[in-house]
Design a protein around this ligand. Sequence first.
Ligand code: UD1
Length: 419
Amino acid sequence: MEKLIVRGGHRLHGTVRVSGAKNAVLPIIAASVLGTEGSKIAEVPELEDVSTICKVLECLGIRVDRSEPHVLKIDSRNITGWEAPYDLVSTMRASFLVMGSLLARVGRAKISLPGGCAIGTRPIDIHLKGFEALGATIKQSHGSVEALAPNGLTGTTIYLDFPSVGATENLMMAASMAKGTTIVENAAQEPEIVDLANYINVMGGKVRGAGTTAIRIDGVKSMPGGEHMVIPDRIEAGTFMVAGAMTQGDIKVENVLCEHLKPLIAKLREAGCIVEEGINDVHVVGPRELKPITIKTMPYPGFPTDMQAQVMAMMCIAKGQSSVLETVFENRFMHVDELLRMGANIKTSGGRAALIEGVPKLYGCQVRATDLRAGAAMVLAGLVADGTTEITDIYHIDRGYENLVSKFTKLGADISRVG
Ligand code: UD1
């Protein structure tokens, strides 16, 4: 079994370039099902999750050419299937995002119930309620969901009970070829939603208002396809920024849109870091001693839940008491037990709140990457721990970080992959 070995104690310095955003590219690839000709997507990160969603497209009869690095050429002229099998959906919840585009393009979709990171129960009720509002019939049986709209979908107004990122994306795709206009109210406002809307529009769709809480989608008869460049990964950028903060580092993170990182930048400044925002980069200098901070995760533009674990690793070495309130997911504290093994002082209550009393030192030991971002938190903790940290179950990390080892090595970290 492969492991990451991190030897702590090095101050990080230098420059690192962030890849295209995982959470933008996955819905964008799913939206490619809509195109009657095909698409070319650039700045595609080389990740396990990208391979998985490409396999889902291939199951539908779509041809995906990945011969050029970081570029996908998608030939979606012929759709021959409408089912996403269990083995693919079970490893990645985002496979469920092909449901909206399949419904729009061929009027039917059958998808196994999703898996992915084991954070909370993660239901799909908001997606299904939206598809039904657009006129689809939903059947659930034997671990699969089937949606049918043999005569097409019809635009309507849909209010989301929670601004779910995946449901907003799925409904934008489904509505893009519906008859008439759809308004998605209480929509998610994440930058990845805006990137998907931009892609749908270059393909020939008509989406307005993405990035606000009300998105208007005017259905079109068909969409040929188009060319698109994926936005930078704000969570990968944030992970490097926290690494700089924790190691008394001095690092420049390139290919960053600071506009997408406002809550993290504010919190790093509160913790005592110097953060200089450039047009396409950000420079972070970590302090000698980190100050304690408080975070509450929220839908965008609030503090991102996908940075909660990494920032908790930072809180573990701040001087004083920090706190975390996780409001987006239930049970997103699986990294706490692993941080405790390294000597952290954390008390949780109710699965959503944590108090973190900073300790002078963390100690390297064997820990697990319990999910993708928890895995990143283990790497960060390992960078400052005394001795060697061995991280297992690193397939979670591979789902979302491209070339993590070489990027950290270039910044001066002592990290290697073995096994
Ligand atoms: C996306 C991101 C993930 C991020 C999350 C929140 C991708 C591929 N993944 O996941 O990295 O952590 O946004 O920013 O973009 N919910 C329901 N019913 C639903 C849908 C969601 O109750 O039908 C709940 C979930 O259980 C969760 C919350 O809503 O508690 C947020 O989920 P959602 O915004 O849908 O996250 P994902 O799209 O799955």
